[in-house]
Design a protein around this ligand. Structure first.
Ligand code: MOS
Length: 659
């Protein structure tokens, strides 16, 4: 079965948020702060309002009041004079054309007062005096005693830089108010239900007054996981000019206002006996947040489920700085966290003279080592063994590296309806979203299975907040969450042959504790060539082997794995965003922020094991959107160590670093 919207996408018939045609549309362009800390003194709106075609200038000086969002200060657009980071949204121009809006935004003068030097430095974990602990720290056994007595010890600090999501489609919105105070937004996001509730609450509207339409989304990777300020601004601008307004956050602006992965400094300490059995695992992570939004990356989470170690210490700390606000990026927490842990495991294997696969096998836990719960299924060892066989793993061969992967299998409550239409056909409706993953296709297959019909007999409607409310496309939970609701709706319909329609809400079902620790696992293998003259690292081969429960659609699954691994390769070798001394990101375009292209990845292969897991959800799926990025960078860096004998603990491994 091919992707249902494949033809529409290839031929250009698939419509994205910015492309909707409405009458009398105007255009907004954002203006970003040029200082990092201080206050807006004045927005010199008059100067640009005199330009032909300029309709309005919005800023803290004239914006309507919002019901402030307490969790995400980024959404409180123009509600304060305060500037909290360089690149923060401070004004917008609305004009007749996109060109006029952009030109006026460029010319708009904003003066500032009380500017002060920003605090930008993510200090190392040893200087913890001003870092806020977050999350529930884990302290099991007596880690200090175990360190003191461990015959073999690894104690290393790993650093990952700021990294930015670069979906092909930037954050775009077309906002349109009707006469009766009803707002429609065509918007690029990862969850229309969430965008609707956020807009309604910020604007003081009833949810029935807001509709979010998003049938196609050109990628998000987490950057669209929660509504970003663009959707609020577009709604505000459309109301201000009494016309529909289009707004695109351009590529350079995305680097400032739509989130990034926090840089991390992670200290990992592993103690083992001489047989390679871990006696203690400590993982401490320092991350940064902005003063606007206290987002946490939670790098230590994967260390809760990896490896049997009787003593364990896991702690995350957050340093609030005058920087743009971090947010989700594919595999938040797990991706940087497993880079650190899996490099440390490689270091330990070398210190013990053990095959790194054997080290991992020896430390495979029986139950979840932190919660004590049994795993619903866990096939890490099988992934490592199968990968070793396929890859031609040889621990003594130079230039090969391996790392484990893990990602939680969870789900959110959603509603869905299933309806009998004419001639044995069915329609299934749910406000799910396809961010490029193929969700529409996967849900069609799931519905067809549940109804016992061919996929061609089922139409699945998604991508619209007027459909039954659904959870986000985030945390690799889409298929599990929406699939559960779709299956339950179809089961209910099938159970009652007289019914035309069945509706369900899975909130109660997904809220029940299963008593199992539910996680996907995998193994990544990398081969590298290191040029000792230029410092260039090339990756001729990458292999991922996964145990992710049932795979609904092999073509779509493979795309997710290969895309995730490619992102991991970018993390390892090229992706990093640099803050300048003034607090703005410096390399804010695709020429200077290098996302891997085909030439960078000659061979990326992804396979999976047959895994049956009756505990996770009615489909037996575990989610597979993010696990491909988890551990990939560690496998590459471990391969570079194997090739060079040099241990690199800071990403990315650019030629400059390697030389
Ligand atoms: Mo993904 S970072 O959970 O949207």
């Amino acid at each position: 079965m091919s992707r249902l919207e494949a033809r529409d996408k290839v031929t250009g018939a698939a419509r994205y948020a910015y492309e909707y045609q409405v009458e009398d549309v105007a255009y907004a362009a954002a203006v970003l702060a040029t200082i990092a800390c201080g206050e807006v003194e004045r927005v010199h709106a008059d100067e640009v309002l005199a330009m032909p075609g300029v309709l309005a200038v919005l800023s803290c000086e004239n914006a309507p009041s919002l019901r402030n969002d307490p969790d995400d200060g980024e959404l409180n657009v123009f509600q304060s004079r305060r500037v909290s980071y360089r690149g923060q949204l401070v004004a917008a121009v609305v004009a007749e054309t996109s060109e006029t809006a952009q030109e006026a935004a460029r010319l708009l003068r904003v003066s500032y007062r009380d500017a002060r030097d920003p605090d930008l430095e993510l200090r190392p974990p040893s200087e913890t005096y001003d870092h806020e602990p977050y999350g529930e720290p884990v302290e099991i056994g007596d880690p200090d005693d175990a360190f003191a007595n461990a015959p073999v010890l690894v104690d290393a600090t790993y650093r990952t830089p700021a990294e930015h999501n670069n979906p092909m489609e930037p954050h775009t919105t077309l906002a349109h108010w009707d006469r009766d105070d009803h707002l429609t937004v065509y918007d690029s996001n990862q969850g229309p239900t969430k965008v609707r509730s956020t807009l309604a609450s910020l604007l003081g509207l009833d949810e029935r007054q807001v509709r979010v339409v998003s049938p196609h989304v050109g990628g998000g990777f987490g950057s669209k996981g929660t509504p970003r300020p663009n959707v609020v601004l577009a709604a505000m601008a459309a109301r201000a000019v009494g016309r529909p307004v289009r707004l695109a956050v351009n590529r350079r602006q995305m680097f400032a206002i739509t989130g990034y992965r926090t840089p991390t400094a992670q200290r990992v300490r592993l103690g083992a006996d001489t047989d390679g059995r871990l006696t203690v695992l400590a993982h401490e992570s320092n991350e940064q947040a902005s003063t606007v939004r206290g987002f946490t990356e939670e790098c230590v989470n994967p260390s809760k489920v990896m490896y049997r170690a009787p003593n364990r210490r896991l702690a995350g700390r957050l340093l609030t700085l005058d920087v743009p606000s971090p947010s989700w990026m594919r595999g938040p927490g797990e991706t940087p966290g497993m880079f650190a842990l899996e490099c440390a495991m490689d270091e330990l294997a070398k210190a013990l003279g053990l095959d790194p696969i054997e080290l991992r096998v020896r430390n495979e836990p029986e139950n979840d080592p932190t919660s004590g719960d049994p795993f619903s299924s866990r096939n890490l060892v099988a992934c490592l063994r199968e990968g070793a066989r396929r890859f031609g793993w040889a621990p003594d061969r130079k230039g090969l590296g391996v790392a484990a992967a893990t990602y939680p299998a969870s789900r959110g409550g959603s509603r869905a309806t299933a309806r009998r239409v004419a001639d044995g056909r069915y329609t299934v409706r749910i406000a799910a979203i396809d961010i490029g993953t193929g969700a529409r296709t996967a849900l069609t297959r799931i519905a067809a299975d549940a109804l016992g019909v061919e996929p061609s007999a089922v139409t699945v409607e998604i991508g619209d907040s007027d459909l039954p409310a659904a959870s986000l496309a985030g945390g690799s939970t889409g298929t599990a969450s929406w699939g559960t609701a779709v299956v339950r709706a179809c089961e209910k319909l099938t159970a009652d042959p007289a019914a035309d329609e069945a509706s369900v809400d899975t909130a109660a079902e997904v809220g029940e504790q299963s008593g199992y620790s539910c996680h996907a696992f995998g193994a990544h293998f990398a081969e590298v060539d290191v040029d000792f003259d230029t410092g260039e690292v090339r990756v001729p081969r990458l292999l991922g082997v996964y145990a992710v429960g049932r795979v609904v659609d092999p073509v779509l699954a493979r795309s997710q794995f290969v895309g995730g691994m490619t992102m991991g390769l970018g993390m390892a070798l090229t992706e990093h965003t640099v803050l300048d001394a003034d607090g703005g990101f410096l390399n804010i375009d695709l020429a200077q922020y290098h996302v891997p292209t085909c030439a960078d990845v000659p061979s990326v292969e992804a396979v999976w094991l047959d895994e049956h897991d009756p505990h996770v959800n009615p489909m037996g799926t575990k989610g597979l959107g993010e696990i491909g990025t988890v551990g990939t960078a560690a496998a590459i860096v471990n391969a570079v160590h194997s090739a060079t004998g040099v241990r690199f603990r800071e990403l990315p491994l650019t030629p400059q670093t390697v030389l």
